[in-house]
Design a binder for this molecule. Sequence first.
Ligand SMILES: C[S@@+](CC[C@H](N)C(=O)[O-])C[C@H]1O[C@@H](n2cnc3c(N)ncnc32)[C@H](O)[C@@H]1O
Length: 260
Amino acid sequence: MTAGPVDYDAELTRYDPVLRRAWAVQPHDRVLDVGCGAGRTTRTAARLARAGSALGVDVSAPAIERARGLALAEGLGNVTFERADAQAHPFAQGRFDLAISRFGTMFFDDPVAAFGNIGRALRPAGRLVMLVWQAAERNEWDVVIREALAEPGGPAVVAGDGPDAFSLADPATVAAVLRAAGFADIVLTDVGQPVYYGPDPTAALDWIGRFAVTKNLLERLDPAAAARALARLRDALAARTTDGGVWFDSRAWIVTARRR
Ligand SMILES: C[S@@+](CC[C@H](N)C(=O)[O-])C[C@H]1O[C@@H](n2cnc3c(N)ncnc32)[C@H](O)[C@@H]1O
C-alpha cells in the first residue's frame, strides 16, 4: 500500500487475514460486531456468513451512518447496523452465534457488565473473538508518538484520563473479566502486524493527529510547546518513511472465549 487516504481500515489492513482465520465464521452464523465503527469487519463477516447475518453496533451515530452507507453501496443484504452501547443494549438473549470485535471492546465503563451483556446475546457455547492491543510499550506506534511528544529532557508523556486503548492488554485482567462475565475456554494468542499510517509524513501526521492520545497530549501543552512537539513528531515520521509509506510495528491479542 503506497498511496490513498489513511483510515482505520487502511491502518489495520495487515490484521484482516489474521482476523478472518480467528473468526472461522460459518455460513449460517449470526454475527455481532461490537464497536463496529464504519463496519469493515461487519461487512466481511456478513460475506462469510452468506446464509446468516451480521449486526454491527457502535455508540457513535456518525460511525453507524457511515457503516450503513458503505454496506448499501456494496449491496450487502444480510448486514445491519444499530447505534447502541454494547454494555447496556437489550439484545435478544441467545440471538448470536459469534461476537467479534476489532479494537472495539477496550472502552467500556464496566467491562464485566459489558461482556456479561454480550455473553447473554450469545447462544450457549457461542464464541467471542476480539482483537485488543497488547501493552503500550510493546506497540512501537504508541512509543514513538509519546517519545516525540515529550520535551527533550522533560518528563515522559503518560496517559491521561479518557479512553484507554490498552485497558485489555494484561492477560490476567482479560481472563478475570471474561470469567466473571460468564465466559470459559479463554485463550489469548499473540499477534503482531505492522500498521500503516500513510504514504508520507504529512498524511501520517494528519492521521495520528486524530488519535485521542495525540489530541489529549497536545491539549496539555501551550501553543509553542505543541508546535515543537508536532515538529518532533513529523521528524520521527520522516525518519520512518519508506517507498511503501509510513509503517510501525504493533502487537495485539486475539482473545477467544466461549459463553458458558
Ligand atoms: C478503535 S474504534 C474500532 C472501530 C471498528 N471496530 C474498526 O475496527 O474499524 C473503537 C470503536 O468502539 C466504539 N465503542 C466504544 N465504546 C463502545 C460501547 N460501549 N458500545 C459500542 N461501541 C463502543 C467507538 O465508538 C469506536 O467506533
